[in-house]
Design a protein around this ligand. Structure first.
Ligand SMILES: C[S@@+](CC[C@H](N)C(=O)[O-])C[C@H]1O[C@@H](n2cnc3c(N)ncnc32)[C@H](O)[C@@H]1O
Length: 209
């Protein structure tokens, strides 16, 4: 089962897990659904404060970042492949489209800032391809803010969602990059790191293409 399936929809409906990404080796990566469904916390606000211009939140989930930007009258759009995420973002007052980052998107080449939060550098399981896509979405000189995994990892894996009772459905590709790996992959792909900060155990990089 992918993000568009019933397990993620149920977690978003209830605003809580348990929900995991289940790796083929049996390892389970907990997903912080409770935090995603809450208002932006202090760490999130450090990201919001750095955003400039129009903001595209890739894999916006239930939309806490997009909704906060909308409340501040700042132009922002969330995109997500899960209908439940898009619906919840809209209910929270944010704009959202049911669309993959790899499909055609509005204002390609014109976004002031792009967000990859909460492990979303893992989307598609190929960070280099995702970085290339983000570069085409940003306006010249635009800003990518990407959140690293908490551990110093650099891995590609096939995962399924797991609501606590084992893997659900077909595996899909995912990636995890800790702070060092995120920075070195991004810089190898031609990005310049203009900031890196850690707060409440989370690490973010500000990158310009
Ligand atoms: C790790 S969760 C992050 C949740 C989110 N940032 C939040 O605030 O709740 C990954 C999110 O990315 C979405 N997603 C997965 N693949 C995607 C793709 N190709 N394009 C856009 N969104 C995607 C999932 O549906 C899910 O909501």
């Amino acid at each position: 089962m992918t993000w568009a399936g019933a397990a993620y929809a149920a977690a978003l409906r209830h605003g809580r897990g348990p929900l995991f990404l289940h790796r083929a080796d049996g390892g389970r990566l907990p997903l912080d659904v409770e935090r995603w469904c809450a208002a932006p916390d202090h760490a999130d606000r450090t990201v919001l404060a750095r955003c400039a211009g129009s903001v595209l939140d890739i894999g916006c989930g239930p939309g806490r970042m997009v909704a906060a930007l909308a409340r501040a009258a700042r132009p922002a759009l969330g995109i997500d492949t899960a209908p439940a995420a898009v619906a919840r973002t809209r209910r929270a007052g944010g704009s959202a489209l049911l669309r993959s980052v790899f499909q055609d998107l509005p204002a390609e080449g014109g976004w002031g800032s792009v967000l990859l939060m909460d492990g979303n550098v893992g989307i598609g399981g190929d960070p280099a391809a995702l970085f290339r896509r983000v570069r085409r979405l940003l306006a010249p000189g635009g800003l990518l803010i990407a959140e690293a995994a908490t551990a110093e990892v650099d891995e590609r894996c096939d995962v399924t969602l797991d609501a606590g009772d084992g893997p659900l459905g077909h595996p899909f590709p995912w990636a995890r990059l800790g702070p060092s790996a995120l920075r070195s992959h991004a810089e190898a792909d031609g990005w310049t790191t203009t900031g890196q900060w850690s707060i409440h155990g989370r690490t973010f990089l500000a990158l310009r293409g």
